[in-house]
Design a protein around this ligand. Structure first.
Ligand code: ADP
Ligand code: ASP
Ligand code: MG
Length: 408
């Protein structure tokens, strides 16, 4: 008997009818002779709704209580899926994060999985039961509830697959695979038959929310091969796995976009050792995740640093920077910009092909899109553009690399 982990996202369990569909699919997989562990998200909109209520009660809700609150979303859906399965005659049992033995560390709202003790899940499987496990939640060694960051049910599924040494791990969602770009934005985006962990990780962390980026990191670390596919049909999906040589023939695997970015520029910083450390240290202490960091060569003894971040962090960043800047120099100034989006082109083939940036920048220039900041890694080129033009930018770059066409 094969062990199959199937993760169902929020849209897939978004209504009672959809929950019945999910149950029917789990039953079918079971009837084919497999042991099934379904990992389930909260019904779509539930997590956001709970967060909204918390913010109505409290301007600054404590993260401990947020975790207690939002983890209830997944508890509703596991019970409902288990009940739907029982109605179909399947011996199903719901399993919370604590019962699944998901031990976490780190901070509330973004817990990291330390270890999984699968003994209770294993005992249920040995009794022939079908398991419905709550995504997104775990428990600290001292018994506090943690959640695993937005989209964290993906991480639960991958970690459970690793802990139970599952034969198959499927991420079932509302698209039938990973596409060359979000198919809601680029209509001729093409479904990829496979993608490497590193490419999936870069795409996920630059806006392709089809997978939570931390779940991809975990899958790479523990060698969990998984497939992203539709919960609504049986079309083959996209395999995510370690790269192999023929993957390098493709220069760009996909394009991602990320909206709501903000830029902070600090000018008039003395060109002296330790300055960047002080500035970044202040932002780090305030737990602000910086994305692009660009420093210009000093001019007249003064340097200029720019960073991008999510616009929701901007006020916090300004507050954290003010005292440091005042202390560093009376010439220092903070400038801010919002209405920025980021476009990233990702592919491991970039390592062995040249001229990639030129193609990308030329394509943007031809449609009259101005490039703000640029950053590169071994397998990614990212630029910022005006947010109002981000979709045109994605389509132009997608076309320039002919991503709609099957590579030869
Ligand atoms: P779930 O609720 O199942 O976790 P998500 O909403 O988190 O689903 O992820 C699926 C969505 O990801 C799709 O509806 C799609 O719009 C979006 N998406 C973004 N980038 C991509 C991509 N490159 N390929 C496929 N889907 C993508
Ligand atoms: N319900 C959580 C969220 O909305 C986790 C998930 O769906 O994966 O982020
Ligand atoms: Mg998701």
């Amino acid at each position: 008997m094969a062990i199959i982990v199937q993760k169902y996202g929020g849209t897939s369990v978004g209504t009672l009818d959809r929950i019945r569909n999910v149950a029917a699919r789990i039953k079918r997989t079971r009837d084919e002779g497999n042991q099934v562990i379904a990992v389930v998200s909260a019904m779509s909109g539930v997590t956001d709704g709970l967060l909204k209520m918390a913010r109505e009660i409290s301007e600054n809700p404590t993260e401990r209580e947020l975790d207690v609150l939002v983890s209830t979303g997944e508890q509703q859906s596991i019970a409902l899926v288990a009940l739907a399965l029982q109605e179909m005659g399947v011996d199903a049992v719901s399993v919370t994060g604590r019962q699944a033995g998901i031990l976490t560390t780190g901070s509330h709202t973004r817990g990291r999985i330390l270890n999984i003790d699968p003994s209770l899940m294993q005992a249920f499987l040995d009794q022939g039961k079908t398991l419905v496990v709550a995504g997104f939640q775990g428990i600290t060694p001292d018994g506090m509830i943690h959640t695993l960051g937005r989209g964290g049910s993906d991480l639960t599924a991958i970690a459970v697959a690793a802990a139970l040494k599952a034969d198959v791990c499927q991420i079932l969602t509302d698209v039938d695979g990973v596409y060359t770009c979000d198919p809601r934005i680029v209509k001729n985006a093409r479904k990829l038959p496979e993608i490497s962990y590193d490419e999936m990780l870069e795409m996920a962390s630059s806006g392709s929310k089809v997978m939570q980026s931390r779940s991809v990191e975990f899958a790479k670390k523990f060698g969990v091969i998984f497939e992203v596919r539709s919960s609504l049909n049986d079309n083959p999906g996209t395999l995510v796995l370690e790269e192999h040589t023929s993957m390098e023939n493709v220069v760009i695997r996909g394009v991602s976009i990320e909206r709501s970015q903000a830029r902070v520029t600090i000018t008039g910083i003395p060109d002296a050792p330790g300055m960047s450390g002080r500035i970044l240290g202040a932002l780090g202490d305030a737990e602000i995740n910086l994305d692009m960091i660009v420093s210009n060569i000093a001019h007249d003894g003064f340097a200029r640093h720019s960073f991008t971040m999510h616009s929701s962090d901007l006020a916090k960043a300004q507050a954290a920077l003010k005292p440091v800047i005042t202390e560093l120099s009376s010439n220092a100034r903070i400038e801010t910009d919002v209405g920025i989006a980021k476009l990233s082109a990702v592919g491991i083939g970039m390592r062995s092909h040249s001229g990639v940036a030129a193609t990308m920048f030329k394509a943007l220039g031809e449609v009259g899109i101005n490039i703000g900041m640029i950053s590169t890694s071994e397998i990614k080129i990212a630029v910022t553009v005006d947010e109002t033009r981000i979709e045109d930018a994605a389509r132009a770059v997608h076309d320039a690399f002919q991503l709609d066409k099957q590579p030869i």
